[in-house]
Design a protein around this ligand. Structure first.
Ligand code: M6R
Length: 366
């Protein structure tokens, strides 16, 4: 049932070229620049005129929501707020009939997320679900939605569900952008062509596994770890930190790289591994200066870089390459090495990666 892999988590990491492809299947038409989302098409008019989208979720799904915020704001130019479902539901949120509230949930059964959309629905908002488990509770409460089609996820640490959620949100961003006339047909055709090729690029990112395993050996005794990124690399950093802490029990935190100097920099010494998302994109130069700040304090730097990178390689202690891609798709590639790194560190520490202590696959209590 683990398909020859030692753990479900590893199997699910390796399934991502397929699960991302399945999420896009029948939904994108690169040649004609079309995105079809059958589950929400009845609400096209509402999406066209919406002023604000609120995303509610927990854990990894909340991280996917942050990536969605970047994409929807960038391409569709609609203001997005991303909320922890647990906080949203208890603070008398301001919601009107004009709002669209999107719940993101792998299981579709998370109690806090269900409660958040039940509340928003009572206040008249339109509710969309982005869920993996077909027929689960959240899709039933929602007015409409998009299934992620990642297939069953058994490992408690979410991997392929995350990349499928990000894929669904990418499709949604382009769909809304097109509805609102925010994107040129030629740009959309180009982006959809690139997106269509992302499963192949994920496959290439997975090929770094042996090198990642070697790097993992150096960090099995670490007690703390910092993950830093900018732009959509920031939610990737958060997700990388969550993966490491939940399966290896190493304390890890994700931060926007620029926030380092407002506090976390005090933690840096030769015992502190710092993992940077340092790919070639609009924040590349700035991330390089953040890496220099860490090196100046003797921190150990592991950098996720674009294939062929030279500048970061010259200053980082370890680098892991991912294929070059448009910035829009960076999270789908950059998360792959972080999933693998956490996996190997946890296995080397003798942890039960598929069923970490104190955690359940779906959190149906508040
Ligand atoms: O099923 P959901 O996506 O609603 O679950 C949300 C979180 O409980 C979940 O993502 C959790 O954080 C995972 N263990 C992360 O790997």
């Amino acid at each position: 049932e683990k398909g020859g892999y030692d753990h479900f988590m590893l199997k699910e990491i390796y399934e991502q070229p397929r699960s991302v492809r399945d999420c896009m299947r029948g939904r994108i038409y690169p040649d004609s620049g079309e995105v079809q989302l059958g589950g929400i098409k009845e609400y096209a008019e509402k999406l066209k005129n919406v002023d604000r989208i609120i995303i509610v979720a927990c854990g990894t799904s909340w991280h996917a929501g942050l990536v969605g915020e970047y994409l929807i704001e960038e391409y569709a130019r609609v203001s997005v707020e991303v909320e922890y479902a647990s906080e949203f539901r208890y603070r008398n949120p301001i919601i009107t009939e004009k709002d669209i509230v999107i719940a993101i949930s792998q299981s579709g059964e998370t109690a806090d997320t269900m409660a958040a959309i039940t509340l928003a629905k009572e206040k008249g908002a339109t509710i969309f679900g982005i869920c993996n488990v077909v027929g689960s509770s959240i899709p039933r409460i929602s007015h409409a939605g998009v299934y992620t089609h990642a297939g069953p996820e058994i490992g408690v640490a979410s991997t392929k569900a995350f990349t499928a959620q990000v894929t669904a949100l990418t499709l949604l961003a382009f769909y809304i952008a097109k509805l609102r006339g925010q994107i040129k047909r030629s740009d959309l055709t180009y982006l959809l062509t690139e997106l269509n090729n992302i499963p192949n690029e994920i496959q290439k990112a997975l090929a770094a596994n042996d090198g990642i395993k070697q790097i993992a050996h150096h960090f099995t005794g670490s007690r703390n770890c910092l993950f830093l990124g900018r732009g959509s690399g920031f939610p990737v950093a958060l997700e990388g930190a969550l993966k490491l802490k939940e399966i290896s029990y190493i304390h890890a935190e994700g931060y926007p790289a620029a926030e380092m100097k407002h506090g976390p920099i005090a933690l840096i010494d030769e015992e502190m591994p710092v993992i940077f998302i340092a790919t070639k994109n609009s924040s590349y130069e700035k991330v390089i200066s953040n890496i220099q700040e860490v090196k100046a304090r003797k921190g150990v730097v592991i950098a996720i870089v674009t294939k062929g990178d030279k500048h970061v390689k010259a200053i980082a202690d370890y680098v892991i390459e991912i294929p070059e891609s448009n910035e829009a798709f960076l999270p789908l590639l950059a998360i792959i090495p972080l999933q693998l790194l956490s996996y190997h560190i946890a296995v080397m520490r003798g942890c039960n990666v598929d069923q970490p202590r104190n955690l359940a696959k779906s959190v149906t209590v508040e």
